[in-house]
Ligand binder design. Structure first.
Ligand SMILES: *Cc1c(COP(=O)(O)O)cnc(C)c1O
Length: 412
């Protein structure tokens, strides 16, 4: 077992070995967030195989859905992913530093005035969703000679970003004239996670028609859930985000993806309370028997939302302590959460042990249910106070099996 060095024995300015450094970080950590990059790569490969022959991109906006955009982009790139989507230029900058110059990076969140040079400087592409944006981008490209390309985003019913179909039709003559600088035409599905929502077919029809007029330009419609709506939704490039990170893209059926994050937090104190005592702010939870309470160092400031609190009338979320599920007791506070561990063996846990908030069967989607939200918000709210550990991520692109080795020459 790793033993953390006594800090008093570390002279100021001494660099610790990576192992000693990690042990020191873990010794002081209130919680540990482990991101399994191999699981992200396995999820990407599964999506890629589902969408073949379409190209499978990786959506790494919002710091890779809270998992670390640079680490995720690097792992996906090593595995063969060639196209990345982010929301902002800052995010594009972080991803650009992590992936080869040949990788394409699209910025989804709108093209702001006078920012063309910022795109060119890091070779990333704006996703243009309005004719004014397009005109400004064209002026920038003409003046600078930049020809890095841009996507056209067409709204087909979401009414969020993107130009109307009619506006997009106005671009067709330019597409037909050639040398247009458009490298992708895309739209976004509003209800892809609901298999039978009629909006899916409506958006598909609208997008298929307009995309077919962008001849020679790769087309993209599907997010994670859209990939599972069938081949006709997949076009040339699919844009999965949530499924890469283990969120169920088919919430009406079992989750086809592997879990990616594990979150543990430390027991700071264990206390015994009497029947009738209450726990936490407002005294909303009352002990119905002599009770053992573990106080865990994670709260709503760490993204463990207060909505998952329990009280005398309602159960809240559960955490896994020493291999068993235990209920939260009372209100989740900013930095701390109380857990009822009365049913555990007395010696099963001690102060300093870690409990599992996500993992050991507790999924991001289950926690989202207790939080009254979706898995996306659970991941993108994961706190900054946890120590982070990355597992794997070194998988390389799958290539054909090497030819069998020559048999060793018979010795003379
Ligand atoms: C976020 C986003 C995606 C990825 O969506 P998931 O549901 O996370 O797979 C794809 N396309 C656009 C335009 C997005 O904003």
């Amino acid at each position: 077992m790793n033993v953390a060095p006594d800090p008093k024995s570390i002279p100021q300015g001494t660099l610790l070995s990576p192992e000693a450094n990690q042990a020191a970080v873990l010794a002081t950590a209130t919680g540990v967030l482990t991101v399994d990059l191999d699981a992200i790569v396995a999820n990407w490969r599964k999506l890629e195989k589902t969408a073949v022959p379409a190209e499978c991109a990786g959506v790494v906006k919002a710091d890779g859905y809270g998992c670390g955009a640079e680490q995720v982009a690097r792992a996906l790139s090593n595995a063969g992913c060639k196209t990345f989507f982010v929301a902002t230029l800052d995010e594009a900058r972080a991803v650009r530093a992590a992936v080869p110059t040949t990788a394409a990076i699209y910025v989804l969140g709108g093209f702001f005035q006078n920012t063309g040079d910022a795109y060119a400087r890091i070779d990333c592409k704006p996703v243009i969703g309005d004719l004014n944006e397009l005109a400004e981008w064209d002026v920038f490209c003409r003046r600078s000679g930049w020809s890095g390309g841009a996507a056209i985003h067409i709204d087909t019913g979401m009414n969020r970003l993107g130009m109307t179909v009619t506006e997009a039709q106005g671009i067709i003559p330019r597409i037909n004239a050639g040398d247009h600088g458009i490298t992708l035409v895309m739209s976004h599905l509003a209800s892809a996670e609901l298999l039978n929502n009629p909006a899916n077919a409506r958006q598909l029809t609208a997008f298929r028609e307009i995309a077919s007029l962008f001849s020679g330009v790769p087309a993209s419609l599907a997010n994670s859930s859209g990939i599972f709506l069938g081949a006709q939704f997949q076009f040339d490039i699919v844009r999965p985000g949530c499924a890469l990170y283990g969120i169920n893209p088919t919430p009406e059926a079992d989750n086809p993806m592997q879990p990616v994050v594990e979150l543990k937090a430390r027991i700071v104190q264990i206390r015994n309370i009497e029947r009738g005592d209450t726990v936490g702010y407002g005294g909303t939870w009352t002990a119905r028997r002599p009770t053992r309470i573990a106080i865990v160092a994670a709260g709503y400031a760490d993204g463990y939302f207060r909505a998952a609190s329990s009280n005398d009338g309602t159960r809240g979320a559960e955490v896994v302590v020493a291999g068993r599920r235990c209920p939260i007791a009372g209100r989740i506070s900013m930095d701390l959460t109380a857990v009822d561990i009365t049913d555990l063996d007395k010696n099963a846990v001690r102060r300093g042990h870690m409990v599992t908030l996500i993992g050991e069967g507790i999924t991001v989607d289950e926690l989202a249910h207790h939080f009254g939200t979706i898995g996306y918000e659970v991941l993108t709210s994961l706190g900054k106070r946890y120590a982070r550990i990355y597992k794997g991520g070194n998988a390389t692109a799958e290539s054909p099996a090497p030819p069998p080795a020559e048999p060793p020459a018979a010795s003379a």
